[in-house]
Design a protein around this ligand. Structure first.
Ligand code: AMP
Ligand code: ZN
Ligand code: ZN
Length: 399
């Protein structure tokens, strides 16, 4: 009799463990931490009131889209997952990776670590991705159960409709984890600057679609079965054509050592003597800091990888490092950019979480984004793979 009682209790516990809510992870690319108050998107403000909000989500270095989206879903800093930039040169293979070039981005060799959809898939759970960097790549031979090839122009309403269609699948086919991605706020931020009305309008548009998503969830009677996280990958600094530092003021024009430039410039050099010579020259530039990558603080996680250059020149907040040739050839003036030191106030990202197993009406301090992976795994009930974060964020947001 007692045995039967405990057996039934065990079954009930099993049933409860299986009924982990579905998790939807939404990324609003480039939504700086202060847009929620400054641009006042009503649906996101309501979501924050109904759930948990971090003062900031601190990105990882470099504060670019691909490195940070991949850190969010792996819990790894870039030197451990290998997506060290949006554009990369691998000194071991001699190959280039560029986000506009699908042949390179879809090659699994670039993508290390284990994204959360593979952690879940390995543990028998279904997942779906309405865009996310890496979701269209067979990383370790696996992909989300359902995914869509990246298409920048896909209307926002269709993205939300796809997520709602996945939620409407019969329970046996329904994913337990779904990503959703929007790039328009980042694009407006680059073109018009973080404070511009155009950037606010881009955010208000995405906000309306998030309102539709919430209403769609409620209409399916799934409010008590869906947790929602809305976050971003990095912030956006106001830049200006007046705040540019020129590498060719101290180096020769078109110097082949310069691998990339922008908020951060990277230089690859043949030997120690050259590294010291270039470092001394670059230190004469104003409004920048020059580092040997292997001497950067460990928290940057940007030192030991064949895709990481020897020297980086990090511009002060709102400044950029360029060359006269690059400036002359540029297609249009930008008023916003990111890629800087994650510690700059302008680079802070957004994090809001709401749902049945999350705390309500809580404002929390800043967390680093390496902890997000652990929280995603905890909320869908899978064991995380080894990573650079821990369970601090999960414990802070879960009820
Ligand atoms: P960034 O240069 O760091 O501002 O990168 C932002 C750009 O990344 C966006 O404008 C998107 O078009 C692009 N992007 C985002 N996700 C993907 C993806 N999964 N595949 C290809 N490109 C993407
Ligand atoms: Zn981005
Ligand atoms: Zn961007």
């Amino acid at each position: 009799m007692r045995g039967a009682f405990f057996w039934i209790l065990g079954l009930a516990a099993f049933a409860v463990a299986r009924a982990e809510p579905i998790l939807i992870l939404v990324s609003i690319d480039g939504m700086r931490w202060d847009y929620l108050e400054r641009h006042a998107p009503p649906n996101l403000q309501q979501l924050a009131r109904d759930g948990v909000q971090l003062a900031q989500l601190i990105p990882t270095f470099p504060t670019k889209t691909f490195p940070n989206h991949y850190t969010l879903v792996t819990g790894l800093r870039v030197e451990r997952h290998g997506i060290v930039g949006n554009e990369m040169f691998d000194s071991e293979t001699g190959r280039f990776f560029r986000i506009g070039d699908r042949v390179s981005t879809l090659d699994p060799k670039w993508w290390g670590g284990e994204p959360v959809w593979n952690t879940a898939g390995r543990q028998g759970k279904r997942t779906a991705s309405m865009f996310w960097p890496g979701s269209d790549v067979a990383i370790g031979g696996r992909q989300p159960t359902y995914w869509v090839p990246y298409q920048n122009s896909k209307p926002h309403a269709e993205r939300v409709a796809q997520v709602l269609a996945w939620l409407a699948l019969p329970p046996a086919e329904r994913p337990v984890f779904i990503t959703l991605y929007f790039s328009s706020v980042d694009s407006a931020g680059h073109q018009f600057g973080p404070l511009a009305p155009e950037t606010r309008n881009a955010l208000l548009d995405v906000d309306r679609h998030i309102g539709d998503l919430r209403r769609g969830i409620a209409a399916q009677g799934l409010e008590s079965e869906v947790n929602l996280i809305v976050l971003s990958d990095h912030g956006m600094a106001e830049i200006s054509p007046e705040r540019v530092v020129y590498l060719d003021d101290v180096l020769k024009p078109r110097d082949p050592a310069v691998e990339f430039q922008g908020p951060v410039a990277g230089l690859r050099l043949p030997d120690e003597a050259a590294i010291e010579e270039y470092r001394a020259k670059l230190r004469r530039l104003p409004h920048v800091r020059v580092f040997r990558t292997r001497e950067l603080p460990a928290a940057f996680g940007y030192a030991n990888h064949p895709r990481i250059p020897d020297l980086v020149v990090i511009a002060d907040d709102g400044w950029e490092v360029s060359t006269h040739t690059a400036r002359e050839n540029r297609k249009r003036v930008s008023l916003g950019n990111h890629g800087f030191d994650p510690g700059y106030g302008s680079m802070g990202a957004t994090f809001i979480a709401q749902g049945p197993t999350l705390r309500r009406g809580v404002a929390l301090p800043a967390f680093e984004n390496v902890h997000v992976y652990h929280a995603l795994c905890g909320l869908i009930g899978v064991d995380p793979a080894p990573n650079d974060g821990d369970d601090r964020l999960l414990r802070a947001i879960r009820e």
